[in-house]
Design a binder for this molecule. Structure first.
Ligand SMILES: [Zn+2]
Length: 388
């Protein structure tokens, strides 16, 4: 059963070899054929082949579905009071995670699943078709494993983040907690995870602890990624490059050596500007990274503490307004960049053979995503060729 999506005013293929040859590979007055969940044909509407079904979007722009490469959706409770206090002048520190840990441990499996599922549905309505989901609010063997089971029911991109913060019961002996994370907790979590992550930051885990955790995960077949250089200069980015991590996320405080290491190893820099917005902190320098040839992804970091937005269009707009990216670069970073961060070549673009994951916009051009911030422009989201 083939479907012709036609009347596309502007089609963002995400493939520079298509259309106008730009970064986004734009085609105008375009059409796209979906067959068996994949893109089977792209081109000008007038050249489109006959299909079983026709869907005319009447001049709308169509973009690849967003790939949100960094989120924390399995949790209970909320921290609006902490946000209000921060906006009244208090500074963000990593320790606030512990209040969500207490609420998450107290929640039932069904409560966690319902909440995480609601967040994913919220993301879908905003055009996100692939999402990475981390554990990290359980911090016991049982609670991390069940968090990952909840995540795995929603996405294949699941990340074991037992090393989010040292939980209160291990505050006097962080080394014993690292042993737990690399031992019994890893045993329980590895079957439900694709990735392993560490919060490498003052107040969380240092370089030696983070290295031990990432290597233990890698030995079990999990792929490393890392929270790095968010709150200050630190060893996280260099460690990411050393262990072959797919991505170093945050990257706000970078030395020249850090930028060079990201560029030379191809480690993706994941920028999460919703965090800087929500913590009133300095934004990462995306321009510096792009000019150095670093692959940049932009993602939400959706979590109840430092950034409770699920909206890729919102962080895209922040990337343009606050981090010096062009609208085209920001759309690339939220689609192909996110796919690179997750080492996926089947999503984040709409060339022939890609998954038919896309968003139809209530707008004639992708530029409207940044030009009309805060406006719900995603009219339809298609996942695997099916309208979600
Ligand atoms: Zn995060």
């Amino acid at each position: 059963m083939s479907t012709l999506l036609t009347g596309v005013g502007e089609l963002v293929t995400g493939d520079p070899s298509l259309g106008d040859g730009s970064l986004l590979g734009l085609l105008h007055d375009a059409a796209l054929v979906v067959d068996d969940g994949r893109v089977a044909w792209v081109g000008r509407s007038v050249d489109a082949p006959a299909c079983d079904d026709v869907h005319d979007v009447a001049g709308a722009a169509v973009v690849p579905g967003f790939v949100d490469s960094h989120s924390h959706l399995v949790f209970a409770g909320e921290r609006s009071a902490e946000f209000a206090a921060r906006m009244a002048g208090e500074r963000y520190s990593a320790g606030g995670i512990r209040s969500t840990v207490a609420a998450t441990r107290a929640a039932t499996d069904d409560q966690l699943a319902a909440r995480a599922g609601a967040h994913v549905a919220e993301m879908r309505r905003q055009g996100t078709t692939t999402v990475e989901v981390k554990s990290g609010y359980g911090l016991t063997v049982h609670d991390e494993a069940r968090s990952l089971q909840v995540a795995a029911a929603l996405t294949p991109e699941t990340t074991y983040l037992g090393a989010h913060v040292v939980p209160p019961e291990h505050a006097d002996d962080p080394g014993a907690y690292v042993d737990l994370v690399t031992g019994p907790m890893l045993d329980a979590c590895a079957p439900h995870a694709r990735w392993i992550d560490v919060f490498c930051e003052t107040g969380a885990f240092d370089a030696d602890q983070a290295r031990a955790i990432l290597l233990a995960g890698r030995d079990r077949g999990l792929l490393p990624r890392i929270h790095a250089n968010q709150l200050g200069h630190g060893p996280g980015v260099q460690l990411a490059c050393e262990v072959g991590a797919a991505a170093a996320d945050h990257c706000t405080y970078l030395s020249e050596d850090d930028v060079d290491a990201l560029a030379s190893t191809g480690t993706v820099a994941g920028l999460l500007p919703g965090v800087e917005f929500s913590t009133r902190s300095p934004y990462p320098d995306a321009r510096r990274l792009l000019d150095a040839g670093v692959t940049v992804a932009v993602a939400t970091d959706c979590n109840p503490g430092s950034c409770y937005t699920s909206s890729m269009p919102f962080v895209l707009a922040l990337a343009v307004r606050e981090m010096g990216m062009t609208p085209a670069e920001a759309l690339w970073a939220t689609t192909r960049g996110g796919a690179a961060s997750l080492r996926r070549d089947d999503v984040g673009h709409l060339a022939v053979g890609a998954r038919a994951d896309l968003a139809v916009l209530d707008a004639p051009s992708h530029v409207h995503l940044a030009y009309r911030p805060g406006v719900p422009l995603v009219r339809e989201t298609w996942v695997g060729g099916v309208r979600a």
